[in-house]
Design a protein around this ligand. Structure first.
Ligand code: BG6
Length: 513
C-alpha cells in the first residue's frame, strides 16, 4: 500500500533552517474584520486563495469573515469566490477552491454587539474541534481606526486574545496607525494592553514586495555596492511613489488623511530605513528592527520645512488619453477640501555615513505614470578630462531600484557614443526580474499573511518604528496645517511647481521616471 504523504509542516526530513524551502503555515484560522471592504476583496481573499493554491496553507486552514451583513456561510463563501476569481494571481482551480471553501465561515454582527462576538468565539471553538485549527487564531483588523478600540476590547472581554498551551493568538493591524505621534502611542498602548508586542503584526504592504526585500540582498550580499553607499560618493537619494490613479470612491478613507499620512509615514520611510540602515548583525527580526530604528532615530527634517517640503492637490487634467476631474469634483470630497494628494519632503539622516546627503521623498496621485523607485544619485566625477562639449549630455551616475511596476535595478553611467568623435552620454545597464527569473513574484499580501500565520515578524514594523515615523512627519504636517492650502497641479503632470522649486533651489531636479 502506498504510504500516505506526511503533511510538509510535520515532515522530519525538512531542515527547518534551510530558508530556501517553502515554509508552510500550521493549523490556523484567519478572522477578517472589515470583510466587506475593498482591501479584503481586492487583496486579502485572493492572497489567501493564492497561498492555498501554492500549497502553503494546511488542509485544516479556516477563513472567518465578520461583518454587519446578514449572510449565511455559503453567501460569504460566494463573495470570497467572486473576489478570488476576479483578483487571484495563480489561476483559479476548482479542487483548491473546494478544499478551501470547506473552512469558510461567516459571523454577522456589529462591533458593539456582544452576542456576535460570542458567536464568533463559538464558531472558532467549533473549527478548532472539527477542522483542527488547534486554537491558533489571527485577527485581521481591516477596519477604520475608530473601530480599533471596540474590537480590541471585545477580543479581550471574550478571552479570544488569550493564548493557552501551545496555541497562539495574533492581531494584524492595517494602517493608518494613528494620525500623529501622540495617537500612535495611544494606539500602541491600547493594542499592547490586549496582545503582547510579539503577537502584533502591523501591516506595511511595501515590506511584502519582493523588490523591497531585495534591497537587503543588493546591499548585504554583494561587495560591489557597499563601498559606494555613503556620502563619499552619493549626492542625494530620491524615493518616489507615483500613482496615476485618482481618489474617486476613496473619500471616506483619504479625505483629511492626505498623501503624507497615507504613504510617507509608512511605505516611504520604511524604504528610507532599508536604504540607509547599517548591516544588521543577522537577519533575525530583532537585529533588523534595531538597525531600522537607529535610522529613524537619526532622521531629521531639513530646515526650514516650508522651503524643504511641498504639497499639492490634483486639478482636472488627463490620465493617459482620458480627461479626468480634479479632487474637489471627486465624489465625497468637499469643495474646500485641503487634503493633499501630493507630498514631498527633504530629510537627512544624521549619521557618519549619510551626513550632508539629502533624502528626497515624494508621492502623489494622478501623476504622469505609476512608478515606485529609489534612486541613489552619485556625485559628479571630481575631474573630467574632456572638453565641455564632449560631456554636455552627461548626467549624474545613478543606481535605481525599480520597486514597481517594471521591477528590477538600473545602473546609469556615461558611455562613449559610437563614432569618430568623442561624446559621452548616459546609458542604462538593467537587471529586470522578468528576464532573470522564471517565477513571478508573489503579491505582497501573500507573503505577509503567510508570515502572520508562521509567526515570522521580520517584515512588520514594531511600535517604536511607527512612533518614530510620526515623529519625523509631525513637524511637516504642523507646518502645512499652519500655512493655508495645498498648491494645485494638473492631473497627468509630476506635481506642483513648488516641488520643482524645492529641488531647483539646491541645484538638483526630480527624476522623470
Ligand atoms: C496604499 C495606499 O497603502 O498603497 C493607497 O493607502 C495606495 O493610497 C496603495 O494607492 C498603493 O499600493 P501599491 O502596492 O499599488 O503601490
Amino acid at each position: 500500500m502506498p504510504r500516505k504523504a506526511q503533511p510538509e509542516w510535520t515532515n522530519p526530513l525538512r531542515d527547518p533552517h534551510d530558508r530556501r524551502l517553502p515554509r508552510i503555515a500550521g493549523p490556523s484560522a484567519l478572522v477578517i474584520f472589515g470583510v466587506t471592504g475593498d482591501l479584503a476583496r481586492r487583496k486579502l481573499m485572493p492572497a489567501v486563495y493564492d497561498l492555498a493554491n501554492r500549497g502553503l496553507l494546511p488542509p485544516s486552514f479556516a477563513l472567518v469573515g465578520f461583518a454587519r451583513r446578514d449572510w449565511a456561510h455559503e453567501d460569504f463563501a460566494q463573495v470570497v469566490r467572486e473576489a478570488v476569481e476576479a483578483n487571484c494571481r495563480t489561476g483559479f482551480r476548482t479542487e483548491v477552491w473546494d478544499r478551501l471553501s470547506e473552512g469558510i465561515r461567516f459571523v454577522s454582527g456589529t462591533f458593539e454587539d456582544d452576542e456576535a462576538f460570542e458567536q464568533l468565539q463559538s464558531t472558532l471553538a467549533d473549527l478548532d474541534r472539527d477542522r483542527g485549527t488547534d486554537g491558533n487564531h489571527a485577527y485581521y483588523l481591516s477596519i477604520p481606526p475608530n473601530a480599533f478600540p471596540v474590537v480590541l476590547s471585545q477580543l479581550r472581554r471574550t478571552g479570544m486574545a488569550d493564548e493557552s498551551g501551545d496555541s497562539w493568538r495574533r492581531v494584524v493591524i492595517e494602517k493608518p496607525f494613528g494620525h500623529d505621534q501622540e495617537s500612535a502611542i495611544e494606539l500602541n498602548e491600547l493594542v499592547n494592553s490586549v496582545f503582547a508586542e510579539e503577537s502584533v503584526f502591523r501591516i506595511d504592504h511595501y515590506l511584502g514586495k519582493e523588490t523591497v526585500q531585495n534591497i537587503l540582498a543588493l546591499r548585504f550580499a554583494n561587495q560591489l555596492f557597499d563601498p559606494l553607499w555613503s556620502s563619499h560618493y552619493i549626492d542625494h537619494v530620491q524615493i518616489t511613489m507615483a500613482e496615476d490613479i485618482g481618489l474617486g470612491g476613496r473619500a471616506g478613507y483619504y479625505d483629511g488623511i492626505g498623501a503624507a499620512r497615507d504613504v510617507i509615514q509608512n511605505h516611504l520611510l520604511q524604504l528610507l530605513a532599508l536604504v540607509a540602515m547599517e548591516e544588521p548583525v543577522s537577519f533575525s527580526p530583532r537585529h533588523l528592527q534595531t538597525e531600522k530604528i537607529k535610522v529613524l532615530q537619526s532622521t531629521r527634517n531639513i530646515l526650514p520645512i516650508d522651503l524643504n517640503s511641498a504639497r499639492g492637490q490634483y486639478a482636472a487634467g488627463w490620465q493617459g488619453s482620458e480627461p479626468v476631474v480634479g479632487l474637489k469634483d471627486e465624489e465625497g470630497f468637499a469643495a474646500d477640501s485641503t487634503t493633499e494628494t501630493f507630498a514631498a519632503m527633504a530629510l537627512e539622516v544624521d549619521t557618519r555615513r549619510w551626513a550632508g546627503v539629502p533624502f528626497y521623498l515624494r508621492s502623489g496621485k494622478r501623476l504622469g505614470r505609476r512608478v515606485t523607485e529609489i534612486a541613489l544619485v552619485f556625485k559628479r566625477a571630481p575631474h573630467l578630462p574632456f572638453d565641455d562639449t564632449m560631456t554636455a549630455e552627461l548626467g549624474q551616475n545613478a543606481l535605481v531600484i525599480r520597486v514597481q511596476p517594471d521591477e528590477g535595478v538600473t545602473l546609469r553611467f556615461g558611455s562613449k557614443v559610437p563614432g569618430s568623435s568623442m561624446e559621452v552620454r548616459d546609458v542604462n545597464m538593467d537587471f529586470s526580474y522578468g528576464g532573470a527569473f522564471t517565477v513571478s513574484s508573489p503579491e505582497a499580501y501573500e507573503r505577509l499573511l503567510l508570515d502572520v500565520l508562521l509567526g515570522e515578524p521580520s517584515l512588520f514594523p514594531v511600535n517604536e518604528e511607527v512612533e518614530l515615523s510620526w515623529q519625523i512627519l509631525d513637524p511637516v504636517l504642523a507646518e502645512w496645517a499652519a500655512s493655508g492650502t495645498p498648491d494645485e497641479y494638473e492631473s497627468g503632470t509630476w506635481g506642483p511647481q513648488s516641488a520643482d522649486t524645492m529641488m531647483s533651489r539646491t541645484g538638483r531636479a526630480w527624476r522623470r521616471p
